[in-house]
Design a protein. Structure first.
Length: 144
């Protein structure tokens, strides 16, 4: 680490356009990495570059710039729209799945009913099926 990679709180404050007190608060909170050397804080230039990207939208008075807020709103709207489309796709897939499930249940119910009828038919001895009384057809009773 060379001397050129390190800077004081005052140099960092000038570079970021912030006050010395703000830089000290960031160091204390852990937002900005620094090391205590010879009873003074030394800040790595790479740490300063990282934090400058994070705070470029913050004004000197600590408020967030209007342009940044508008960008953030636009980003959130796009993300919201993407999530809405994704949710609609999922809802559609769920509905299609439910319809397929209902169709499968109906088919299985029909198959079960057919198998039950077949079992009932096979349980009746052949001679009862052969000699059972057949109900008279409606057409014959009306002509009589």
């Amino acid at each position: 680490m060379s001397k050129g990679d390190l800077m004081t709180i005052q140099e960092a404050a000038r570079r970021l356009g912030k006050s010395d007190l703000t830089i000290r608060r960031w160091i204390k909170s852990g937002k900005l990495d620094a090391a205590m050397v010879d009873n003074r804080w030394d800040i790595l230039e790479s740490a300063l570059i990282d934090i400058s990207n994070d705070v470029s939208h913050i004004n000197h008075d600590g408020t967030i710039g209007k342009a940044h807020l508008l960008e953030e709103i636009q980003f959130l709207r796009k993300e919201n729209e993407q999530l809405r489309k994704h949710l609609e796709e999922k809802d559609k897939a769920i509905e299609e799945s439910r319809q397929r499930q209902d169709m499968i249940i109906m088919q299985l119910t029909r198959q079960l009913e057919n198998h039950q009828k077949l079992l009932e038919y096979k349980e009746t001895p052949w001679y009862r099926r052969f000699f059972r009384k057949k109900p008279p057809s409606e057409g014959l009773t009306e002509n009589i």
